[in-house]
Design a protein around this ligand. Sequence first.
Ligand code: MTE
Length: 440
Amino acid sequence: MAAARRPGRLRGAPENFLDAGQIAAVQAGRRDFLKNAFALAAAGAATGAAAQQGDPAILELPEHSKALGQPVAARGYGEPSRFEKNLQRRESPGLTRVSGASVSFTPLQGLFGIITPSGLHFERHHQGWWDIDPTRHRLMVMGLVQQARVYTLDDLMRLPAVSRMHFIECGANTGMEWGNVAVPTVQYTHGMLSCCEFTGVLLSTLLDHCGVDRKRGKYVLAEGADGSSLTRTIAMERALDDVMVAWAMNGEMLRPENGYPLRLVAPGLQGVSWVKWLRRLKVGDEPFGTKDEVLHYVDLMPDGTLRQYTSIQECKSVITSPSGGQTLLDKGYYNVTGLAWSGRGRVKRVDVSFDGGRNWRTASLEGPLLAKCLARFNIGWNWDGSPAILQSRAIDETGYVQPKINQLRAVRGTRSIYHNNAIQSWKVDAGGEVTNAQVY
Ligand code: MTE
């Protein structure tokens, strides 16, 4: 079980998927890279062997061990190593007609733990993003409240604040896979998913500050300040539970593309309810029924009806490494790792199968295990070099079990876009190539 035998960071998966030829070219390039990396790592792990194999360069003391390094604060705001430049959010070409109304996907295959670095948080805009001057931004709270108020950011930051870790998943995540296998990597199948620590004021605190009418007020409408005037209705019960008006993400102010200076954080609810550039909250006694909830983000059912107001992201998981587009270097031990989450609370268990769902083993869950937050799982696997199908299946604290794709299709049909939380399959062929597959 030498470290060098592990896939290590099986990154560098083909990132942009235009056609099969390009994919093959990138895969071939990566395979070479990994094999070279493997050779070097093996040499480094056994320097005696390296010397015997006539590679004296590996024994020379490198420049960075002999000379003075760079001065502090060379870069006022730190950036990743130049060797990590390939880890990027990426668009799926042709997904939307206009890139202002598009998606950039988080590279889940290259991340560790549960926190998404701010610069790799996925983006989904209906009408492009803005870098809004915070001194000119206002939030109005109105409707069934004793006193309607208009807040500046400074006003809000004087109220009692909380910091919470939560995942956000777009309702359209994995939406391309309803009919068949559509995209090759986990970045594109599941990358409309991120998880951060958010800081802000609880909506309950804010509504109470305005004297919300808790008897008559049954719903809250949240509205964004961008050109789409995106609006979503949130049930009061949920609004008073754990919804936040946040100004910070991962310890710093929100990034412009993620809603700077204010966004709604609606734990467990689909991403569209996390209204960015938040400018208005209105309390009402019935659902507001805006375009973004009666026409968009609805589920087309097999009988042709539209299911509206689906909001909670059900329990789901995915193996992030090894995953589509990666290549196993050799037979032997691999740490299989992935993410699990549930909009209804904590993840209780994750099972992993290596034979397409015939046998399951329970993976270990890394702490902290928080409600409506990503959970990282790990499990060891000895690959014997024969074809395999890797799957993960999550179970949340309510007892809900992540469904197979055919179970989901039996209820939902194949013409939906949203809310696909099916078990993901990755096929490993005898050459170690990992591809996206569907197992029924
Ligand atoms: N809020 C506004 N004002 N405008 C938008 O286009 N997109 C929504 C939601 N909030 C959107 C918005 C959708 S569909 C999603 S999935 C999430 O923001 C994405 O948040 P992110 O871009 O920070 O990942």
